[in-house]
Design a protein around this ligand. Structure first.
Ligand code: ZN
Length: 295
């Protein structure tokens, strides 16, 4: 099919499934879900689906860790992952070469941050943080109109927490034990309490502890990055009270120090849910595709 202006493809490449979409502008006109098995199968099926759309460019919001050093020979490749078959996979090259159109890649949370900035909960800001609290915890830092990359991409889920005295859970992270992800991601909730979060919805103690740890992280990000807003989503945040609890705990922990920019009582505008919810990664991949097509 001939290539058409304004038609883009988006890949949200996750560790268990790929969501692949064709869009007209930002509007999704076709989409499919492909299980994440081997690179040959999953990338092959993704490319076959996209090829039928005659797209102008492709954006990929991909699970990490990714090589995002533009001077590297393996730019756009997955680096060392415990996920079988995927370490060293050159995702960007395979998609771009397979389709013969411009392509851009970012880590999943970086793509989601770009989508929220372009059309969603962070429109008009120059600096903000996007966080997802789910099977893992990750974050993208958006600075001066782009997603920040330094030595690789940030790993905001693996910061140190101050342990709550009554909590003796050792933590779930294979690298750090009781880091933020090890203490507050979905698997840590299930491991600590013996049930997944969705079966613990009415347990106030569960969500009080969860909010306390998340607020510690937000306090750290607030003081290190000074973002204009923190957008926080992911499966764990689907609990109806958790976002408000996090705001209350964060306000207590900031304790009126250096928060005049946030304004007292205005944390509901500082800590917000993503506008695109569970679609943030896919919408972000469309924004990546548009940038790739414009270059
Ligand atoms: Zn960790």
């Amino acid at each position: 099919m001939a290539m058409r202006d304004g038609i883009f493809a988006a890949i949200e490449a996750g560790g268990t499934k790929f969501r692949v979409a064709i869009s007209e502008g930002r509007k999704i006109v076709a989409d499919t879900t492909i299980a994440t098995t081997t690179p040959d199968e999953t990338l092959g099926a993704s490319i076959d689906f996209i090829r039928s759309g005659g797209v102008a460019a492709v954006g990929i919001a991909c699970f990490g860790p990714l090589d995002l050093d533009p001077s590297s020979n393996s730019y756009g490749s997955i680096t060392a992952t415990p996920k079988p078959h995927w370490s060293g996979t050159s995702v960007l090259d395979r998609v771009r070469d397979g389709l013969g159109v411009p392509a851009a890649i970012d880590v999943d949370v970086g793509g989601a941050a770009l989508g929220e900035w372009t059309w969603g909960a962070a429109r008009g800001l120059s600096n903000f943080i996007y966080l997802t609290i789910g099977t893992g915890i990750g974050g993208g830092v958006f600075v001066d109109g782009k997603v920040h990359h330094g030595m690789g991409h940030p790993e905001m889920g693996h910061i140190t927490l101050e342990r709550i005295r009554s909590d003796d859970y050792p933590g779930h992270c294979p690298f750090h034990g009781a880091c933020l992800e090890g203490m507050a991601a979905g698997p840590a909730i299930q491991d600590r309490w013996g049930h997944p979060g969705r079966e613990l919805a009415d347990r106030a103690d569960v969500w009080d502890l969860e909010a306390t740890y998340l607020a510690q992280a937000l306090r750290t990000y607030t003081y290190v990055v000074a973002p204009q807003r923190i957008v926080i989503g992911g499966g764990v945040m689907q609990h109806p009270d958790l976002l408000d609890l996090v705001r209350v705990k964060l306000e207590q922990q900031l304790n009126d120090y250096a928060t005049s920019e946030i304004r007292s009582g205005a944390l509901d505008a500082y800590v917000v849910a993503p506008e695109f919810g569970q679609d943030a990664g896919l919408i972000g991949a469309i924004a990546l595709a548009m940038r790739a097509g414009a270059e």
